[in-house]
Design a binder for this molecule. Sequence first.
Ligand code: FRU
Length: 552
Amino acid sequence: MTTPPQPDAAPRSDAAPWPATPGPRIEIPPAEQAARAAADPARPRWHITAPWGWLNDPNGLSVWPGPDGEDLIHLFYQHNSRAPVHDLIEWGHQYSADLIHWTDLPVALEPGPDGPDALGCWSGVVVDDVRPDGAHAPTMVYSGAAGRSTQVCCLATAVPGDALLTRWVKDAANPVIDAAPASTGLDLPEMRDHCVWRENGRWYQLMGSGIPGAGADGAQGGAALCFSGEDLRTWTYEGPLAVGDGDVSTTGTVWECPDLLRLPGPGGEVDVLTVSAWHEEATMRSMWMTGRRTGTRMEVDLVGRCDLGENYFYAPQSLALPDGRRIVIGWMQPNAVEARRLAVGWAGSMSIPRQMSIADDGTVRFVPVAEVRSLRTRRLVETDGEGPVRLRGDSLDLVLTGRLERVGDGVVIDLAVSVDGSRRTRLSLERAADPADGARGQGAWTGRLRLDRSASAEPGAPWAGEESAELSGPVPLGPCGEVDLRLLLDRSSLEVFVSGQPLSARLGVDPADQGVVVDAGALADARLEAWEMGESYPAGRLGAAPRACAQP
Ligand code: FRU
């Protein structure tokens, strides 16, 4: 089975930030990294970051009872505490009671010398392994990296009696799934990452991979390989759940971090597979596929881009909350050269947790969880939007609504505008021509969202981003051109949502450039609101207090 073509994705080829063979090991004392990170004005203040050092994929997103029996959300993440570079990956660990305020815990898992994870504890999940005596054993299912192209599946179990899950013991049976081809009979170029669930008394898991020859026209197609087992230690290969077409500009040749979930849709429950498309060391983008799963096979119907910001929302992992919402967190990659990352002591953040849903047109939509509103500290503006509105700030929640009544009408929001106006980062939303008959999914949307970072910084300025390509794509407008735009700016992290279609990016801007100009002149019944935002971490974690925003 191949996935249908996917609309409107521009080819992108950023190299993955970690080389296959690591260079000399870099080590900076934690206190030094933390001091540098605290002093960096580009570091987000209400997006999840590591206390210092490197951060990539979210892992082990799960809910467990805390010390007083309350629900705590645990987030583990790919982490290097020795330096802000991808090397000898550990699992960092934080928890939250509200998805917004987070507390650091010690590193939960680290590579074991001579073990199957000697070079890294790569991405995975935490599941509830209910033992024969009824005891619940939080269990990590993760990829052990040891220098081979395909990784192996390893387990670690939380030490009982420690409600904050700070101590973990690796399983004596590791690896429980060996590298390919021993585990699958297939000669695979890559294999790693895990999505694990229990169904009808059996465990199932997906691993990300690519199968040579399985895509369109004999291409290598990205694949989610399925395994099943009676327990978490003995697995049988069941074949691929889904295979991509291998298009190097859309679905890629390898899928990382597959995640399978189910959402209510307009016509009943929908199976959703998210994957991160990868090609020749380049982390391309995360994608969703909807369809119907029967056992260990999925028939894919519709495909779309999770985020128009491409790999600025990568390796998403989802979680079903006790209240029924399905949320997802993705990795917002760094956009700084290695020398600058070392100088500032941190690299990478998470996206804001996003609530997932299926819209009436069958597409997957993402909106910031409602709890984000609790971070609003001061209203900066509330207006019906006559003429350009000017404000200042680099920590904003902005909501813009109205109607773009004619094709070609648009709104422009300039961010990080310098005092002399020579530097700015421009977001524009335009009403595009109606789609061709028969267009489906994202291809049928009538809005076009664009982020232009070409004038974000002087070339060569220390804060300039490593890449500044335009990010763009289709977004849904209402039937009469209704616009529902939400913009979250947290220093270098930008997330924009138009009717639930996100565009994320990491900005490389001069921290002094804090002008914001909203030009919604072409928007009928325009309404603009904006708030200054607070912080997600306890006092002291982020260093100095945020700079005050001037009154608009
Ligand atoms: C995705 C990824 C995963 C891997 C991890 C290593 O960003 O490459 O496939 O497990 O990062 O840190």
